[in-house]
Design a protein around this ligand. Structure first.
Ligand code: AMP
Length: 407
């Protein structure tokens, strides 16, 4: 029997996150992170299956490029002691997380020269991400040229939005000329989590109205009607929408023009202000990390509390607006680092939402930390749920499916 091991790669500017999944036996063989690519002392944190247990290993090596990083990854995966496969040929295919597919893609695709060109074309829209995804794809081509590759786009799930949801009220020509529109991100997560939630409640997703709150360092909300994204809070870029770790989310754009004048900010400084110095970090002055914010709240830190209150209120606004857009709501889901773990934020967000049929059971909420669970009372009209996200699993499944269909 041939193996069906899928390697999932998420290539960032100086990092490569990886997972090797055995799709035949539904097992994770290895996962890890190569960080500080470009430096003499890049770090590889490798988590691998040995027998029935997972073990950890840490390596420090010189890694100058993504290709070098992925070469080290292959050595690691086939290493006598730390490895989990015998040969590269035991890799059935490679699935890449790609942030931006523009309007080209509504689902995952087999990587071809045309697909690579489309990813390249979208570099303008995602300059911090797409070049590195492309570097990852090309590294695989160099190292294992015969192995098929699949691109899974963060934007694809949201391509089902209607123009009334994705257009901005600018002159229409800016859409046709520059592609200025809402694209939305975190699509792989919203898709995985909503499908899993439907499974958990035993209903076909086609019959459900779902709001999915992906609350991590980056955060977005998605309205999913009958399994299709109909609106989402991130926009042309991942800056829009919710209050995030260091990103401002939505604000009156005139503020930026005003500040650029007042403080003589360059375009680059303005970009840093709204992407790196805002959000939880900017409001609280404490940190962009939600755990630290909650700790400060417990010590009575007023600005940390303000940051949490603003975060919860912004989420509430989106829930109300998406319930209105879909004319109803069946499932409200929390996922990602904060959504899965923060009992406090889920409680603040769902407070005084009974008008919409949303309420949570405090005991159930407390128990659902990083695990699947329904946290609303049995009588609740809307089921409030915690569903841990697993983008890598979805990418692996889609990669296996697309490659099998071509064979
Ligand atoms: P992510 O981007 O999905 O990895 O999520 C990162 C965010 O989740 C950070 O702000 C963390 O502080 C937050 N987070 C992780 N674990 C917890 C926890 N136990 N309670 C509250 N927030 C958490």
């Amino acid at each position: 029997m041939t193996s069906m091991n899928v390697l999932v790669l998420n290539c960032g500017s100086s990092s490569v996150k990886y997972e090797l999944m055995d799709m035949k036996n539904s097992r994770r063989l290895a996962r890890g992170l190569i960080e500080r690519i470009g430096l003499d002392d890049a770090v590889v944190n490798h988590h691998y299956l040995e027998g029935e247990d997972y073990k950890d290993a840490k390596l420090v090596r010189e890694v100058k490029t993504h290709t070098q990083g992925i070469k080290i990854l292959f050595e690691l995966l086939t290493d006598e002691k730390l490895g989990v496969i015998k040969d590269f040929k035991d890799i059935y295919g490679v699935g890449h997380r790609v942030v931006h597919g523009g309007e080209h893609y509504t689902g995952p695709v087999y990587v071809t020269e045309d697909v690579k060109n489309d990813i390249k074309e979208c570099i303008e829209l995602a300059p911090l991400h797409n070049p590195h995804h492309l570097a990852g794809i090309e590294a695989i081509e160099d190292l294992i040229p015969d192995q098929p590759q699949v691109a899974v786009f963060d934007t694809a799930f949201h391509q089902s939005m209607e123009p009334s949801s994705y257009m901005y009220a600018f002159p229409y020509e800016l859409y046709t000329k520059y592609g200025i529109r809402r694209y939305g991100f975190h699509g792989t997560s919203h898709r995985y989590v909503s499908a899993r939630a439907a499974e958990m409640v035993g209903k076909p997703i086609e019959e459900l109205k779902i709001i999915c709150c992906h609350l991590g360092n980056g955060a977005s909300i998605c309205a999913i009607d009958g399994g299709k994204s109909v609106n989402t809070s991130m926009g042309f870029t991942p800056l829009a929408g919710l209050v995030m770790g260091t990103r401002s989310g939505d604000f009156d754009p005139m503020i930026l023009l005003y500040l650029m004048g007042k403080e003589s900010l360059s375009q680059c400084e303005a970009n840093t202000l709204i992407n790196k110095y805002s959000g939880l970090a900017g409001i609280s002055g404490v940190s962009g990390d939600f755990r630290e914010i909650i700790e400060s709240c417990k010590e009575g830190h007023e600005r940390a509390q303000l940051a949490v209150d603003m975060t919860a209120l912004r989420i509430k606004h989106f829930i109300g607006s998406y319930a209105a857009q879909m004319n109803g709501l069946d499932l409200l889901i929390f996922t990602a680092g904060i959504g899965e773990n923060s009992v406090e934020l889920r409680e603040y967000t769902c407070q005084d939402m009974d008008y919409l049929g949303i309420s949570i059971d405090k005991e159930k909420n407390k128990k659902a930390r990083g695990v699947e669970g329904i946290i609303s009372p049995d009588s609740s009209k809307v089921k409030v749920m915690v569903v841990p996200t697993d983008e890598e699993l979805l990418i692996a499944r889609e990669t296996a499916r697309i490659i099998s269909e071509r064979k």
